[in-house]
Design a protein around this ligand. Structure first.
Ligand code: ASP
Ligand code: MG
Length: 476
């Protein structure tokens, strides 16, 4: 079970998670399966309190900018927040003092690190990961003691202690699964066999030299699936503050529905299309084993959430299951007659962007080959255009056209594969609302169909498609 940062944001919520979710689940399973010790084993993974990772990133920025007072004030509020939780969380006084001294020691370690970073006025990828790790490291002991306080045996450990070994790509590290599997099993299995609930920090691993690494933003989901894969878990529950994956963003479509089941491939598409509640690589570790993932809402225990699984059986006749919009993106169109029929053109263009660490979200080239269109994040736009101008303009490419404010609209659903007329329905629905389509891409997997519109039409397009595929009635 992984708990997101909003689920553990204060004393009441942490108690709720410990008492009403972890303890209850353990009890329910014990009742159901009798005394089979294998039936009620739970590993808990926890994210930093919502906003804390963002704050620690601000601290890094402030250190580089030499703004010491800003660093102090952010750190001070992080400290206060955690100290106050630690002193109010447990009913048992001896737990309170143990927990408080654990938190104090972590805060001291964090301040020692900060002193070094500020002295050097430097933030390296490695020291940054080390600093970010404190978000999760400060909350794991809290949840652990909340569990002890309600009579559940628990022990807290970092992702590093749990045995997650990664490459040294700080900020976006990937697990070395063979080593990780051995170490995680070695560490976690005995705890489970002794009836102890391991409470593991999400987001963090360590490289082979023992340095702390992080798995990328939202990486706690990934921690949960890595561990699940290592110990051959029956299922992964991602406990968050929403009911599950939805047919559309409920802020755009009022009657958007929670999807009861989606396939791994569909969930992966949805994650890539910005359904914020899933780390894009989180599915990788559990794909082969077919371990299902359930997304559940800590604030709505009634709702069964979304199950992400190999072969879903719900909605057998649904062609499209979700419509999403990626906002804040820009379109770059490069053209030039020398691009026609010359091998390596796309390679050179993408290389230039790659070298400048610009991520291309969507690509399209027509068979006339005289232009290539690409969509990038708006925040990368200037960098991307500069790089292309400096390196290729006047040689390979004759002109660069930019459309600032666009949105990618994507429809997702495994049912589209091999179904005729989906594109016709999509584009007719959009055209009927008077919306112009600027660019189109569909991978041959046919799991998604994506197109670009001016951003001001994004909501209209999402609504039109939600209506067209009757997604408001998907659960009826
Ligand atoms: N705390 C980390 C982040 O905010 C990891 C996570 O929340 O999953 O990105
Ligand atoms: Mg998160």
């Amino acid at each position: 079970m992984k708990f997101g940062g909003n689920a553990v944001a204060d004393v009441e919520r942490i108690r709720h998670v410990a008492r009403d979710i972890v303890k209850q689940m353990q009890k329910k399973r014990e009742e159901k399966k009798g005394n089979d010790p294998a039936s009620n084993q739970i590993v808990v993974v926890v994210s930093a309190i919502k906003g804390v990772t963002d704050d620690l990133i601000k601290v890094c920025d402030s250190i580089m900018g030499g703004e010491c007072s800003r660093v102090d004030s952010i750190i001070h509020s992080i400290e206060e927040r955690h100290r106050s939780i630690a002193s109010n969380l447990c009913n048992d006084g001896s737990y309170t003092s143990e927990l408080s001294s654990i938190i104090d020691a972590l805060i001291k370690e964090m301040n020692d690190l900060l002193k070094g970073m500020m002295l050097l006025n430097e933030v390296t990828p490695r020291s940054r990961d080390y600093l970010l790790s404190f978000g999760e490291r400060l909350i794991a002991p809290m949840l652990c003691y909340a569990l002890k306080d309600v009579g559940v045996e628990a022990e807290h450990l970092t992702g590093k202690d749990a045995g997650i070994v990664t490459d040294s790509n700080y900020g976006d590290a990937r697990p070395l699964m063979d080593t990780t599997r051995l170490r995680v099993r070695h560490k976690i299995m005995p705890m489970l066999e002794h009836g102890v609930v391991p409470v593991v920090t999400g987001f963090i691993g360590s490289d082979q030299h023992g340095n702390i690494t992080t798995l990328g933003r939202g990486g706690s989901d990934y921690t949960a699936t890595i561990i699940a894969s290592c110990i051959d878990a029956d299922e992964v529950m991602l406990w968050t503050d929403v009911d599950g994956l939805m047919t559309a963003d409920p802020k755009i479509v009022k009657d958007a529905q929670v999807l009861r089941e989606v396939s791994y491939a569909e969930a992966m598409e949805m994650a890539l299309f910005g359904a914020k509640y899933l780390h894009p690589r989180a599915l990788e570790p559990i794909l082969d084993k077919g371990i299902p993932i359930r997304i559940r809402n800590v604030f709505n225990l009634e709702c069964q959430g979304t199950t992400i699984m190999k072969s879903p059986t719900a909605y057998p006749s649904k062609i499209v299951k979700a419509v999403t919009a990626i906002r804040n993106v820009s379109l770059i169109d490069v053209r030039g007659s020398s691009m026609v029929g010359s091998p390596g053109t796309a390679g050179r263009i993408f290389n230039v962007l790659g070298e400048h660490r610009i991520n291309i979200i969507m690509i399209s080239q027509g068979p006339s080959e005289s232009s290539i269109s690409m969509v990038v994040r708006k925040s990368d736009l200037d960098k991307a255009v500069n790089a292309l101008e400096l390196n290729l303009l006047g040689r390979l490419i004759k002109g660069i056209n930019v459309t600032d404010d666009v949105a990618i609209i994507a429809v997702v659903g495994a049912g589209m594969r091999g179904t005729k007329g989906v594109a016709a329905r999509v584009f007719k629905a959009v055209a009927d609302r008077g919306i112009n389509v600027i660019m189109i891409a569909q991978g041959s997997s046919e799991l998604n169909l994506a197109f670009v519109v001016e951003d001001r039409y994004a909501e209209g397009a999402v609504k039109a498609l939600h209506d067209e595929f009757e997604l408001d009635r998907i659960n009826q």
